[in-house]
Design a protein around this ligand. Structure first.
Ligand code: 13P
Length: 256
């Protein structure tokens, strides 16, 4: 049984002050929630402060990106060991905004994943099709390519510890979430490929979470679908009450 995994991707929102205030509030609200893995991904500037505010709590901390070299003349970039040292245990890789705006490709995603794993960070690898690709009947082919190239060279143990976020691009920030059936279909396909390429044990342990217009009022239905192991939440994670409602509604039914 996979523990539900709920992550807040704050994107380029929140100052250090705002981020710390949020985490202080959340840690009190969520102190008894031990059946959901809770992760916050603040901007780099707030990483250390959020890690300190979340210290010794049930809240984990993620970076939103990394560069694959350890150090060097790479102005503006941050490496996996630096992220780890700043107090994060997770990192989001290959978000569609990075693919669309900052040149990430399946090949750079692969290098970033490899660097994250080498630094003992848990990677949250993002994949998903555009509206054009879905309407053109390309969804599974796009997911296959992103998975095959993005996960190239990883072994079954690494896949077991990975989080894959299925984020259909047309559902991100649009208020138009995938239907639970669409999510279940894509997640089932992804898990099937993982089983085929990396074996049953890895496929069963890998978390496959959904992202794209997750809100308190659709979270339970989405996360209760087969093969949907949690959510990567953008806009609705910026308000602490709304994020707390999402993670509460994602708890295994028996606990709620
Ligand atoms: P929204 O929840 O705002 O649609 O964003 C989803 C997302 O991109 C999470 O990474």
């Amino acid at each position: 049984m996979r523990t539900p995994f709920i992550a807040a991707n704050w994107k380029m929102y929140k100052t250090v002050h705002e981020a710390v205030a949020f985490v202080k509030e959340l840690r009190v609200m969520a102190k008894d929630v031990h059946d959901v893995e809770i992760v916050i991904a603040p901007p780099f500037t707030a990483l250390r402060a959020v890690a300190d505010a979340a210290h010794a709590s049930n809240i984990g901390v993620a970076a939103q990106n990394l560069y694959w070299e350890r150090e060097g003349a790479f102005t503006g970039e941050v490496s996996a060991p630096m992220i780890k040292e700043a107090g994060a245990e997770y990192v989001i890789i290959g978000h569609s905004e990075r693919r669309r705006l900052f040149g990430d490709t399946d090949q750079t995603v692969n290098r970033k994943l490899t660097a994250a794993l080498a630094a003992h960070l848990t990677a949250i690898a993002c994949i998903g099709e555009t509206l054009e690709e879905r309407e053109g009947g390309q969804t599974f082919a796009v997911l296959d390519r992103q998975l095959k190239d993005g996960l190239d060279g990883l072994n079954a143990d690494q896949i077991a510890g990975l989080v894959i976020a299925y984020e259909p691009v047309w559902a991100i920030g649009t208020g138009r979430n995938a239907t639970p059936q669409q999510a279940a279909e894509a997640h089932g396909h992804i898990r099937g490929r993982l089983r085929q390429w990396f074996g049953g044990l890895a496929a069963d342990q890998c978390h496959v979470i959904y992202g794209g217009s997750v809100k308190p009022d659709n979270a339970r239905e989405l996360v209760s679908m087969p093969d949907v192991d949690g959510a990567l939440v953008g806009g609705a994670s910026l308000d602490v009450r709304s994020f707390f409602d999402i993670l509460t509604r994602s708890r295994p039914q028996a606990a709620v």
